[in-house]
Write a protein that binds this ligand. Structure first.
Ligand code: NA7
Length: 570
């Protein structure tokens, strides 16, 4: 019966808890999904492997961890009261502040009572006769539900290269994406950090302040944009509060979910001098505004991109005093934004410190970890602490750790052996009533905005089923194939395929199938596409009801709907 949890025993006498929905993950996506489904009157059980909520914001507590999205858009928009009562302290909030925000949300809406922490889901198996998912968690407890929602996060499974010799290392080592809850003291220590992505870029300037020496191992330099963080005044907070309607209107339309204005300018509209002046303004404004509020063709046009790329290189050359180090820090063989650009908080400036050195491993890779540090060719770099800031198995990584089986016992692992296949990044053919929040092939962008759109879509789909006496929703294989093709078309219209080792394409993980892991048609376009899919009466889906004798009867077979045109990055 809807709205009630029900403990039963199955025919083997083993206990089985019935709920309407199981949600896996208690990060930004899972918390919002729990609230949505509960408001719709469903019983919901959330499982979270960590001892507390937060997801990304629980695990990534390394020094310097903070959002690269502006605080006033790195939030939920569903509750005006929540917006009105929460005070952000900075433009880019720290890990601790985001964690406190999520805890506040959980307390305010009494979410914790439906979350089982320290509980890893081991398997989720679909039973065709009953149209129910059977979910088993570590320890063997089992749950049966109509709807399975995975909110596993898109950057949640850290990747640590398998360097030879780590077991012999006599110091401590840490992975940024699994940072310990106890403080790590760098005072007077020799610290080595491997990786120069968004995570390392945040950590380096802070660790440099206390470490005796910090050695940064760089394989590929990044285009690091200045964050230009600042603390918010009461006056600014008041201004933000009074403009929330406008903020969300902009963010929901923006290609990456930010409340930014369209630049309205392309390279051909301006003189070379004017071009530099606009880039300079973007650089001073900071954050991703450098990309989105300067030139609408930066990610689309090779010449416009090269002007911006060279602009950043010249900034690096101006900031970093040692010319050799500056050149090593300059990305030269891929376009800006084809990899996700990090935001720096005095990152390049850190290389002007006497205790920070850069080791270029682009030609000679790390050979091994030794008892005393890291060996690259003939050189050994001693370290007391090694930090792996080596990224994530993005998009699909976390799905490999749950045994998910759909119709006919088909495993998701097998289904996705050549890369993920979904419809809308939310549903999968052969896996009825399974929904993904921030799943592979959904948009990469400002996550809360993406999450809220998806959660509302899932909520509406569930309502549609229940109001129409239907049991299951599942995309047609044609819709899934056409979504895959659409993703290729969108990314190929940009310069993104040129990124080196880009996790957008799975290219950062050795052996991972290369493919487009995210929707780059724009968050605005994505929202319209999802809305159109619902407005068509779920024409891309098969909607079934289970007949009393246990046979599924097809109530509706979908057809492929037309989709809006791609959204230019503007
Ligand atoms: P990233 O951006 O994937 O960065 C990982 C870094 O680790 C990157 O510099 C890699 O170099 C480096 N790396 C990976 N494997 C190796 C090996 N084997 N040897 C040396 N260096 C290596 O991950 P982040 O955690 O920094 O950021 C991920 C996202 O999280 C971020 O964009 C935000 O959205 C949040 P490479 O570039 O591959 O040569």
């Amino acid at each position: 019966m809807p709205g009630q949890t029900n403990d039963q025993q199955d025919h083997n006498g083993e206990s089985l808890t019935e709920v309407d929905a199981v949600v896996i993950g208690a990060g930004i996506g899972g918390l919002r999904m729990l609230h949505q489904l509960r408001e719709q009157g469903l019983t919901v059980q959330v499982f979270e492997a960590a001892p507390d909520l937060g997801g990304t914001w629980f695990w990534n507590r390394y020094p310097g961890a903070r959002t690269d999205s502006e605080s006033w858009t790195y939030a939920y928009s569903f509750s005006k009261e929540l917006q009105d009562e929460w005070d952000w302290s900075e433009r880019f909030p720290t890990q601790d502040e985001v964690y406190r925000y999520l805890s506040h949300v959980a307390d305010r809406f009494d979410l914790r009572r439906d979350i089982a922490f320290d509980t890893r889901v081991e398997s989720a198996v679909y039973d065709e006769d009953s149209a129910r998912w059977l979910v088993t968690v570590a320890g063997g407890r089992r749950y049966r539900c109509a709807y399975l929602v995975t909110a596993l996060g898109l950057l949640s499974l850290p990747y640590k290269p398998d360097f030879k010799g780590l077991e012999d290392f006599e110091g401590q080592w840490h992975v940024t994406g699994r940072w310990p809850q106890e403080e790590v003291d760098f005072t007077g220590k020799r610290v080595a950090i491997i990786g120069t992505g968004a995570t390392a870029v945040q950590a380096v300037p802070l660790i440099a302040q206390t470490a005796a020496q910090l050695t940064v191992f760089q394989r590929t330099p990044n285009y690091v944009l200045p964050a230009r963080n600042y603390t918010l005044t009461d006056f600014e907070r008041e201004g933000i509060r009074s403009s929330y309607d406008e903020i969300w209107r902009k963010a929901r339309k923006h290609p990456f979910g930010y409340a930014f204005d369209r630049a309205g300018v392309t390279k051909s509209d301006v003189t070379p001098e004017e071009h530099q002046r606009i880039l300079e303004r973007g650089w001073e404004t900071g954050g991703f505004r450098f990309v989105f509020e300067t030139f609408d063709d930066m990610t689309l046009d090779e010449e416009a991109n090269e002007i911006a790329s060279e602009f950043v290189r010249n900034k690096i050359r101006a900031i970093v005093k040692d010319p050799e180090t500056a050149e090593l820090l300059c990305p030269k063989d891929y376009p800006i934004v084809s990899k996700r650009p990090p935001l720096g908080h005095f990152y390049y400036e850190a290389f002007n410190r006497d205790n920070v050195r850069l080791v270029d491993i682009s030609q000679t890779p790390i050979d091994e970890i030794t008892a005393n540090g890291i060996r690259v060719g003939e050189d050994e770099y001693t370290a007391d602490i090694i930090i792996f800031a080596t990224g994530f198995d993005a998009g699909t990584g976390s799905y490999n750790y749950i045994d998910i089986r759909g119709r006919g016992g088909e495993t998701l692992e097998k289904k996705w052996a050549d890369g993920p296949r979904t419809h809308l990044g939310i549903t999968i053919d052969g896996f009825p009533n399974m929904f993904m929040v921030s799943g592979p092939q959904s948009p990469f962008g400002n996550i809360p905005v993406v999450v809220e759109g998806t959660v509302e879509w899932i909520g509406n789909a569930v309502t549609h089923l229940r109001e129409n006496g239907l049991d299951t929703i599942e995309p047609t294989s044609e819709a899934v194939a056409s979504w895959w093709q659409l993703l290729q078309d969108y990314i190929n219209a940009t310069l993104l395929p040129k990124g080196r080792h880009s996790w957008f394409l799975g290219a950062n993980i050795p052996g991972k199938p290369r493919g487009v892991l995210f929707f780059f048609g724009g968050v605005g376009t994505y929202r319209k596409t999802c809305q159109a899919a619902a407005d068509s009466g779920y024409a891309d889906f098969t909607l079934d009801s289970v007949a009393p004798h246990g046979q599924a009867s097809t109530a509706h077979v979908g057809r492929t709907t037309s989709r809006p045109a791609p959204q230019s990055v503007s």
